[in-house]
Design a protein around this ligand. Structure first.
Ligand code: GLA
Length: 403
């Protein structure tokens, strides 16, 4: 026996209970139980793009509390692209001194002081999508910096990654975040290019974008200014979720991009449909409107606790489309208590009656079940075998069916 081996045997005999502890710690990294339901919060990008600042983030944090968003479950306040301008002589990331005159930590401290959590954005490549310094080659250094600022959530983009391997790149930033010792949610933002639903969970991603960017319109893909394809209307995003629902679950979610609710490009009816579809998709609910000046109608959409409860159901089962005939669709989601959440969706231009059958929901026909309308906040009574309702153009009816 070599001296080293003898030493290890002696160590194991002297401290027999130390070894299981080490093994457990490896199985349970700091990030193990993050995002057990889809993250809810607010992000700067959809409304403010590069126009981010200390003042904006503080104002939005206050508004999140005052508007009732925090009470409804919204938690993360996330600064997206453009907060960073350079690296200093030690290669530490530097925040824009004009927009964040007191640095990022004081902003994070403020967000925490009102009972919310703080998120930030970077990119797996050499530069972010807006051309700011990316994280490539600085993952561990940046993770330590973020942890020292009190970052709780990192959105990590995919611009300027040339030949990088997506899975390896995101595994690397997750390892760096864990090594920082702080529990940080990892939001993988590679737009579904490399089918992140197949490997996102394995690399410790808590959510992964499934598509290119959403834009504030009901439907229709459009080419970007540089001729590349394509930004998505809300329904284009929805259609791209079909078939990938089973990859999501507690701690690891499909992310059909952030909400456009309240940004002005859709009608109130369409925004209600947008929010309702995100809820049945069990999607992260990251608002992207100006919370300081939203109308009561928009606030009522974003804070509908019954709809949010569908999104946040602890079973974490993603809803799916169970029936489609032209513009008419039925979506269903299995809930932890055995009930179903259902959406009747009318994509067409005139009002139509839509029916959900118990068979579509995996229930026997003879079952009597209580139906509740989650937008009218009304019990509609008991139904057997099916339920029908008129649905306005571009609208939804959302109900629960409870045997
Ligand atoms: C990409 C992302 C967006 C946003 C921008 C910022 O397009 O998909 O969500 O973060 O970059 O530049």
């Amino acid at each position: 026996m070599t001296k080293q081996l003898l030493f290890l045997v002696a160590l194991a005999l002297t401290f027999p209970f130390q070894f299981p502890t080490v093994a457990l710690a490896q199985q349970n990294p700091v990030s193990a139980d993050l995002a057990l339901t889809p993250p809810m919060g607010w992000n700067t990008w959809n409304k403010f793009a590069c126009n981010v600042s200390d003042e904006l983030v503080r104002g939005m944090s206050d508004a999140m509390v005052k508007s009732g968003m925090k009470d409804a479950g919204y938690q993360y306040v996330v600064i997206d692209d453009c907060w960073q301008v350079s690296r200093d002589k030690n290669a530490n990331i530097v925040a824009d001194p004009q927009r964040f005159p007191n640095g990022i930590k004081t902003v994070a401290d403020y967000v925490h002081s009102v009972g919310l959590k703080f998120g930030i954005y970077s990119d797996a490549g050499s530069k972010t999508c807006a051309g700011r310094p990316g994280g490539l080659g600085h993952e561990y250094q940046d993770a330590l910096m973020y942890a020292s600022w009190g970052v709780d959530y990192l959105k990590y983009d995919w611009c300027n990654t040339t030949t990088q391997d997506a899975k390896a790149s995101y595994a690397n930033i997750r390892a760096a975040l864990d090594a920082s010792g702080r529990a940080i949610v990892l939001s993988i933002c590679e737009w579904g290019k490399n089918q992140p639903w197949l490997w996102g969970k394995e690399v410790g991603g808590n959510l992964w974008r499934t598509t290119g960017d959403i834009q504030d319109r009901w439907a229709g893909q459009q080419k970007w200014g540089d001729g590349t394809c394509c930004s998505n209307g809300m329904l284009d995003i929805v259609d791209q979720q079909v078939g990938i629902g089973s990859y999501a679950g507690p701690g690891h979610w499909n992310d059909p991009d952030m909400l456009e609710v309240g940004n002005g490009g859709m009608t109130t009816t369409e925004y209600r449909s947008h929010f309702t579809l995100w809820a049945i998709l069990t999607a992260p609910l990251i608002a992207g409107n100006d919370l300081r000046s939203m109308t009561p109608e928009i606030r009522d959409i974003l804070t509908n606790k019954e709809v949010i409860a569908v999104d946040q159901d602890p079973l974490g089962r993603e809803g799916r489309r169970v029936w489609k005939d032209g513009d008419l669709e039925v979506w269903g989601k299995q809930m932890q208590d055995g009930s179903r959440a259902v959406i009747l969706l009318n994509r067409g231009s005139s009002s139509q009656e839509i029916t959900v059958t118990w068979e579509q929901m995996g229930y026997p026909n003879h079952l009597s079940a209580a139906v509740r309308d989650l937008w009218a906040h009304k019990d509609l009574g008991k139904f057997t075998g099916k339920f029908s309702a008129p649905v306005e153009s571009h609208g939804v009816v959302m109900v629960t069916i409870r045997p």
